[in-house]
Design a protein around this ligand. Structure first.
Ligand code: ZN
Ligand code: ZN
Ligand code: FE
Length: 761
């Protein structure tokens, strides 16, 4: 046949997006073969580059299929194709990765074990039967094993496990599910797990099946330290109250809820009542911990989530989880392997050293965890998934910036629920959840992840942005990192800017920022703020009436102190407060009265989080809290099924500003509680009054400033009742409501918000 070569053309196709570590090259190979095209494919920087030859129509179909049929884990952002010289190749091959430096280098997050791998895991005839590191191109570790890009086995922690003949054959076989699966492994060549007991700081390996030995400990009411995907978990029987209490005691975590893991939604239904949307979230490939309504008649130990109507549940996401759950046949508590607020332990030696006193037995493995990562936490709120902690499954997927940065910038974030973000051009790399930046260990973890991000994404910051709070360790880190300071961004402005950035919106908007505390620009503590804002700047247009916070940060743990602080605003309220605090020791109350009278160590705060605390104290919900947000979560839970008694939360005008005066509301709550009114009604009414006042304020401000967009941000909006109430009320008033979805409402979003502001300025 003549003319065959004459009708052939060659194109160079570049695919941008999340296309590495997601089975993209094998996919390209499959469709190139389908259309009888010759050529080759390789990873280059963060992109996939294809040289393809054949009939022009076949190439057009090939390019269309690249987008249309892309593998489930891929996110194709752009496909560019240009003419290329004809090499007259008939076969199609996958070649080694190029080293060209690209600006944008996404890394895929870790992926839940797929159904096909799961089926093989429990198939006695399969050669990977019960092999805990079974993966394929559709599933397995990514972020936690990748050293550098492009994504190739040689640049992952699998490189120390050369593939055996059988694995190599799968890896090289086009059309096989493990064709070019970089994490491919089996019992003969791959990583292994073993059970160990620790005595005098030394781990000694146990004989027998390691999964069975681990399950033995759990069935005997013990605590297992499980080295998993992104670090250690502490595991125990979630139906055994004694085991759960012991775990809490050892971990020094008295009240904070613990997450539970099961294999299927049917098992979830034994102790929780998930909605359709929640089931979808549980089964999503990111496999986050999802907060679900707990069933009163459920099988879980009461100490799993004391006092809370919701419980955090996730489905198994690694082969080891599936094996262990099958061996134990009951729900398991699965909580980060650490002491209270330290970062999660990751290395074998580190885990053994740090967790020896917490665990009765260890399940270890020898696949190095290059990057530790926590489980993500989400809930469904206002009709859609709401992020509460962004980590495994999501980080480090890049986000966009509405305005590009002139030079690379590091945003160091806030203090609690810390994340940082690296920005280059229009791309932001937001770190996974790091933790509360108040220990040396967390600070070191922050530094390590930062160094890894800078290397992985090849971003060297030329400037740094931070919070205005001088006391944050993140701010101090920014001041000392030797990179010029670009801006100190006000905390609540950053909250609102983060939501603007997520939605690609520039503003101006009426931004509502409700959180615990943040440094205001007038020397007081802010946290119940209504800002007229765009990404560049803001005007504080309305806020809660500030009240003294006796003891400053100490008050965060003591809702009764916050209530007394409000009492300083009004004599009637003070009397009601004091009548409601009978359970607090007289001497303690006297100290606080003196602090308030002398205005010593009692900064003024306009915080919505603290208003929830004060309300909780006056309703008799909680006088002392063991973690921030505990009282507010309980007030939210209590509100279910309550009636709105229409309690007053008046808006007053002062110096061109609107002020929400919480004194009448707190007085009403204290009186009704004193009179023994139904606490459900009180909690529901409190929410309703805050929602109603917020809608009225935002509506007035929107009219005055000629905008129709409202933004809801800040940690208080993790409260689904508050979020949905405000969103519905504002929509009903004709406003467009933007809320956080990709990033959490809490301070985990501050770093990205700082980048958005830096880019706009
Ligand atoms: Zn798989
Ligand atoms: Zn093998
Ligand atoms: Fe905040």
């Amino acid at each position: 046949m003549t003319g065959g070569t004459g009708s052939r053309v060659a194109r160079l196709v570049r695919v941008t997006g999340v296309v590495q570590g997601v089975g993209f090259r094998p996919f390209v190979h499959r469709i190139a073969t389908r259309y009888a095209l010759g050529g080759s494919v390789h990873n280059e920087g963060g992109d996939v580059v294809v040289h393809v030859e054949g009939a022009p129509e076949a190439i057009a179909s090939f390019v269309a299929a690249l987008r249309r049929d892309a593998p489930p884990l891929a996110r194709v952002e752009a496909i560019a194709d240009t003419a290329a010289p004809l090499r007259d190749v008939r076969a199609f091959t996958i070649t080694a990765s190029g080293d060209a430096v690209q600006e944008r280098l996404p890394v895929a997050p870790d992926v839940v074990t797929c159904d096909a791998c799961c089926a093989e895991l429990f198939d006695a005839a399969d050669r990977r039967y019960r092999y805990p590191f079974i993966t394929c191109t559709d599933c397995g570790p990514r972020y936690t094993v990748i050293d550098a890009l492009p994504y190739d086995r040689a640049r992952t922690s699998l490189r120390s496990f050369p593939q055996c003949a059988a694995c190599s054959a799968e890896y090289a076989a086009p059309g096989h599910r493990r064709f070019h699966s970089e994490s491919n492994a089996c019992r003969d060549c791959g990583p292994r797990v073993w059970a160990a007991d620790v005595r005098d700081g030394r781990a000694s390996e146990l004989t027998g099946d390691p999964i069975d030995r681990a399950a033995e400990t759990i069935r005997a009411s013990g605590v297992l330290a499980l080295r998993g995907l992104g670090g250690f978990h502490l595991v125990c029987d979630a139906t055994n109250d004694r085991a759960v209490r012991m775990l809490r005691e050892r971990k020094q975590r008295e009240y904070k809820p613990l997450a539970v893991m099961v294999r299927s939604v049917d098992e979830v239904r034994q102790f929780a009542a998930p909605t359709h949307a929640e089931v979808a979230l549980l089964e999503s490939r990111e496999r986050p911990i999802v907060l679900l309504a707990r069933r009163a008649d459920g099988t879980l130990a009461p100490s799993v989530a004391p006092g809370l109507a919701r419980i955090g549940v996730m489905l198994a996401y690694t082969p080891t989880h599936h094996l262990l759950l099958a061996a134990c046949d009951r729900p398991l508590v699965m909580t980060s392997g650490n002491l209270s607020d330290e970062p999660i332990a990751a290395g074998n030696d580190e885990g053994v050293a740090r967790l020896a006193a917490l665990a009765d037995r260890f399940l270890l493995h020898d696949r190095e965890i290059v990057a530790r990562i926590d489980d993500s936490v989400m809930r469904v709120a206002a009709g859609a998934p709401l992020m509460m902690r962004r980590a495994r499954g999501f980080a480090p997927l890049p986000m966009s910036l509405p305005t590009p940065l002139a030079r690379p910038v590091l945003a160091v974030g806030a203090h609690l629920k810390h994340t940082f973000a690296l920005g280059a051009g229009s791309t932001a790399y937001v770190s996974p959840h790091i933790g509360d930046l108040d220990t040396v260990e967390t600070l070191e973890h922050f530094r390590a992840v930062r160094a890894r991000f800078e290397a992985l994404f090849r971003v060297t910051p030329a400037a740094v942005v931070c919070d205005r709070h001088a006391g944050y360790l993140s701010t101090q880190e920014a001041e000392q990192c030797g990179v010029p300071m670009l801006a100190r961004v006000q905390h609540h402005h950053a909250h609102i800017a983060a939501v603007l950035g997520e939605h690609g919106e520039r503003g101006p908007v009426i931004g509502v920022a409700f959180d615990g505390t943040g440094a205001g620009d007038d020397g007081t503590v802010w946290g119940g703020e209504y800002l007229v804002a765009d990404a560049r700047g803001y005007e504080r247009a309305a806020h809660l009436v500030p009240a003294p916070l006796p003891g400053g940060d100490v008050a965060v743990r003591r809702p009764w102190r916050v209530a007394m602080g409000y009492g300083a605003l009004d004599a009637t309220l003070a009397g009601l407060v004091s009548a409601r605090l009978g359970d607090v020791a007289e001497v303690e109350r006297r100290v606080v009265s003196q602090q308030l009278a002398a205005r010593v160590n009692a900064p003024l705060a306009s915080s919505m989080g603290r208003l929830f605390d004060a309300a909780a104290a006056l309703m008799g919900v909680r006088l002392v809290q063991y973690y921030e947000g505990q009282a507010a979560m309980e007030v939210e839970a209590l509100a279910d099924g309550g009636r709105d008694l229409a309690l007053p939360l008046p808006i007053i005008e002062r110096d061109d500003r609107l002020l929400l005066d919480p004194v009448p509301l707190l007085c009403a709550l204290a009186e009704l509680a004193r009179d023994g009114r139904d606490p459900h009604d009180l909690a529901a009414s409190f929410h309703a009054s805050v929602v109603d006042a917020t809608c009225r304020v935002v509506e007035r401000l929107a009219e005055a400033h000629g905008t129709h967009i409202a933004v809801l941000a800040g940690g208080c909006f993790q409260n689904a009742r508050l979020l949905a109430g405000c969103a519905d009320g504002l929509s009903a008033r004709g406003l467009r409501v933007l809320m956080p979805r990709v990033l959490p409402p809490n301070d985990g979003a501050i770093s990205y918000g700082q980048l958005v502001v830096a880019a706009a300025q």
